[in-house]
Design a protein around this ligand. Sequence first.
Ligand code: ADP
Length: 165
Amino acid sequence: MGKKAVYPGSFDPITNGHIDILERSTRMFDRVVLAILGNPAKDSVFPLAGRLRMARESVGDMAGVTVETFQGLLVDFLVQQKADVIIRGIRAVSDFEYEFQMAMMNRRLNSRIETVYLMPSESYFYLSSHLVHEVASLNGDVTGLVPAGVQKILEGKYGPGKGRK
Ligand code: ADP
């Protein structure tokens, strides 16, 4: 069967930072499920169906990777998927406190599940979906920060980027 991990997040939209973490995780696990959170309470810019489509288009051909959506408790989704590892990316120090809380709570909810943190390439260390929206909405160039298909969708939403100087 091999080792299976779940990489959860909002992926609103998927960025090259997410893909960097996903690639690293496929070197450690046989199967990785990129799991997009669809909780209605959390505001997202793109609806769940759009986030799913963009993620599938961007990582659909990576060996061992599948893309799913989930609602409710992450640990319940892992049990359902027969996975026992959560993958999270960690960027600057600012991610640490929230991630530490989440990892401890998930361990309390299910002690058989471990959270593994991976660091992205330094090119993506300051990249977030939120920042991508902010730059794209001001017509800044997001080339190299998101997959080409996502860039097209952002340009459709906000207008074309001005291009790099
Ligand atoms: P964000 O925090 O950008 O809104 P998500 O909720 O989709 O993104 O994040 C899913 C996971 O991916 C989290 O563990 C987050 O820390 C990680 N992640 C997001 N962007 C990056 C990046 N540029 N480098 C490394 N990890 C990242």
